[in-house]
Design a protein around this ligand. Sequence first.
Ligand code: EPU
Length: 429
Amino acid sequence: MEKFFIRGGIPLHGTVYISGAKNAAVALVAATILCDEPCTLENVPAISDITKCLDILRSMGAVVRMERDGVIYIDPRSINTTEVPYKQAVTMRASSYFLGTLLGKFHEAFVPMPGGCDLGDRPIDQHLKAFRALGATDKVVRGANYVKADKLIGNQIFFDMVTVGATMNAIFASVRAKGQTIIENAAKEPHIVDVANYLNSMGADIRGAGTDVIKIRGVEYLHGTTYATIPDQIEAGTYMVAAAATKGDVVIANVIPKHLESITVKLRKCGVNVEENDESVRVWVDKPLQNTTVKTQPHPGFPTDMQPQFSTLLTMAYGTSRVTEEIFNNRFRYAAELRKMGADISIEGGKVAIIQGVDHLSGAPVQATDLRAGAALVIAGLAADGMTEIGNIHFIQRGYERIDEKLQKLGADIKRVIVPENDSVEMSG
Ligand code: EPU
């Protein structure tokens, strides 16, 4: 078992380079199934969720080759099954993308129920609604979703809520369907636009990605392409908050500043300086942090995937802050861990955190409860007095490429240590 040991209290300084976006890259890898020729993906982050997606492709017969760091060649022509193996599917949300891509290409998919971070109930009813609109049927077989269609025909799809996953899957299932599909109330996240651009670079006809109406005219053939993943908005936001929490001065490079606007606005409200350049942002602090209110929203609103990190910053800001989680119904499990570090944070009705700023956090042994909660604890550890020991760091490695090395380059005292299993404290009750 691996843990992070962080000696906190050191302001971060220097430049950090942001990797390709996890939530774009997992979708791009799955989308490659739709292609009729080999593709090369660039700027793919080295994270465990990508390893699992690539393993799924290999297990289905695709040729997958790492050409060099971040560059992956995928030949989907040798795929010989429409069944996704249980082991990889159940640990990852992105496995649901294989439903849409296999259905779109082979008119059939068998995918074990997707896993992913435990953020509350995460149904896929809207994904299935989209498939049904295009002519597919679905049933649950042996704990897996089985979808099938004799043919897929374009249709109008209206989502009951804004959902990233279902928007992706509706695009995947309709990109080779007959005729036109119109997706309304579509998600507008940067990774939706990235996936549409990737498919269009293969010859797909997708218009309107990034707005709430996406129009897709089905095509019969998709040709090979080479495509670079966009930078990770959430990884960038995490380093922005880490710079602020440690009262440092950091240039976050290889980013699209426009994607970071909602985070930038909230940091400025807290008294943090943010300077936007063409492909980088500089974040530094020269005065005490102030409280603010945050409400998570679909893009372009404040991203739920930044909520734990930002709440952690607010535990060290003067006054009372209020953070409302509007996307998931159980995304404050990390609050109990922050309390162990001296944070004053209480949760009302599962959706609202009331945070009373304290002068400083103090290091403690804590456990990551999911990916972004883990990132939040890293930020807390970097800012806290003394030593923080973070367990369950495999969650963090799902989505942050070499986070310990990147932080070390910024001057942090963080070590990844292999700890024998029996050194962990058993909980009961
Ligand atoms: N929802 C439904 N029915 C559906 C689909 C979604 O009720 O059929 C609900 C969800 O339960 C949730 C809301 O709609 O309350 C939004 O869910 P969405 O579908 O947008 O989320 P997702 O596709 O499951 C992706 C990211 C998450 C990110 C959310 C929101 C990937 C692989 N995952 O999840 O990323 O939080 O969008 O932006 O792209 C993370 O990276 O840490 C992470 C959790």
